[in-house]
Design a binder for this molecule. Structure first.
Ligand SMILES: NC(=O)C1=CN([C@@H]2O[C@H](COP(=O)(O)OP(=O)(O)OC[C@H]3O[C@@H](n4cnc5c(N)ncnc54)[C@H](OP(=O)(O)O)[C@@H]3O)[C@@H](O)[C@H]2O)C=CC1
Ligand SMILES: O=C1CO[C@H](CO)[C@@H](O)[C@@H]1O
Length: 332
């Protein structure tokens, strides 16, 4: 495939305000077209982000020969349908988190991409930031000893211009809830750190209507390590992770969205209690994701079966099942 990789976007989602400039600025990527259900929205969007083409429907975007990869930032209940259609149209797919409503759907998506010979990636961005590489290097060097525990939190007080009745995050059937929206990052970070699926999981939810407003989870791994997290859309803003080993720990206070400027950093605490600040290379995580995925497409790295997104979704199912099993426990 020729560089740059040519990108199309399905829908004028809010998150595109961060991803469109990333496609424009990543050296290996080029923004070709936006598709929307509304011509008016597409026109306004294309003008704002200097996108050369607008397309009247998602189907028409998938039919275009000048698009190599599609970005799918639709509500989660539409991810499987459009990922499979895109793969069948021969397009590589960057699909937003949560990948799907459940693991079965996510497996179908990954399999469709595998069969079509296209690359598949999830929209979690921090994995692609240079800080993640620095943390991985420290883990690989064994500076923390054996990793015993990963603890993480992602919460914020929900505010949006969107009417709650229109918001997918409040609808269970559309893939809403704090676990799917925010806990996704904590579960993904735990699997990213420990490199395996948990043997045992335990989940507890605080329900608001049909979805969890807050969720606490715990996982135990075959090597004895544990991971614990909490997430909420009704709490102050918290986005931190701690990776604790037998000889030291790493703490990172903004793991889901590294500061874009020189402020991005993390701390290493040694066994004596000394703390070292590690300052990281400044980078925009959205651009890192777009560039990395474009490079993966250019170099034909087609293996999707080890997708961290798929594993995260498998753990989501188990956590939700655990929480649901306790729903009626306190009823008399
Ligand atoms: N990786 C990250 O950092 C982030 C990821 N996300 C993820 O991105 C995805 C999009 O989130 P967000 O930006 O809040 O999405 P929005 O609700 O802002 O937009 C979703 C878009 O999907 C299109 N759409 C198609 N069908 C429907 C439908 N039935 N109902 C509503 N919208 C529809 C619309 O585009 P149109 O009308 O133009 O066709 C709409 O603009 C989610 O999966 C979310 O979890 C969100 C924020 C950050
Ligand atoms: O993925 C996401 C990143 O964080 C947001 C909150 O700040 C979420 O709502 C969103 O879906």
């Amino acid at each position: 495939m020729q560089s740059p990789v040519r990108w199309g976007i399905l829908g004028t989602a809010r998150i595109t305000r961060r991803v469109a400039p990333a496609i424009q600025s990543a050296p290996a990527a080029k923004l070709i077209a936006i598709a929307s259900r509304s011509e008016e929205k597409a026109k306004a969007w294309a003008e704002k982000y200097e996108c050369p083409q607008i397309v009247e429907s998602y189907e028409q975007l998938l039919e275009r020969d000048d698009v190599d990869v599609v970005y799918i930032p639709l509500p989660p209940h539409l991810h499987a349908e459009w990922t499979i259609k895109a793969a069948q149209a021969g397009k590589h797919v960057l699909c937003e988190k949560p990948l799907a409503l459940n693991a079965l759907e996510a497996e179908t998506m990954v399999n469709a991409c595998q069969q079509a010979g296209v690359c598949f990636e999830e929209g979690v961005m921090w994995y692609h930031h240079p800080r993640a590489t620095q943390i991985r290097d420290i883990l690989n060097q064994g500076r923390l000893g054996e990793i015993r525990r990963v603890t993480s939190a992602f919460s914020f007080p929900w505010q949006s211009s969107v009417e709650p009745s229109e918001e997918y995050r409040f609808k269970q059937e559309q893939g809403g809830g704090s676990l799917m929206d925010l806990g996704w990052y904590c579960v993904g970070a735990s699997l990213w750190t420990l490199g395996m699926l948990p043997e045992e999981v335990f989940g507890r939810e605080v329900l608001d209507g049909s979805v969890d407003e807050s969720f606490s989870g715990w996982m135990r791994f075959a090597n004895g390590a544990e991971a614990a997290f909490d997430c909420s859309r009704n709490m102050t803003s918290r986005r931190w992770i701690e990776i604790a080993g037998t000889e030291g720990s790493i703490v990172c206070d903004d793991f889901t969205r590294p500061w874009q400027e020189e402020k991005t950093r993390f701390w290493i605490h040694d066994a004596q209690g000394n703390a070292e600040v590690v300052n990281c290379e400044a980078a925009t995580q959205e651009t890192c994701l777009i560039e990395n995925f474009s490079q993966r497409i250019l170099t034909g790295q087609l293996d999707n079966q080890q997708s961290l997104g798929l594993k995260t979704q498998q753990v989501m199912d188990r956590l939700l099942k655990s929480a649901k099993s306790k729903r009626n426990e306190n009823e008399f």
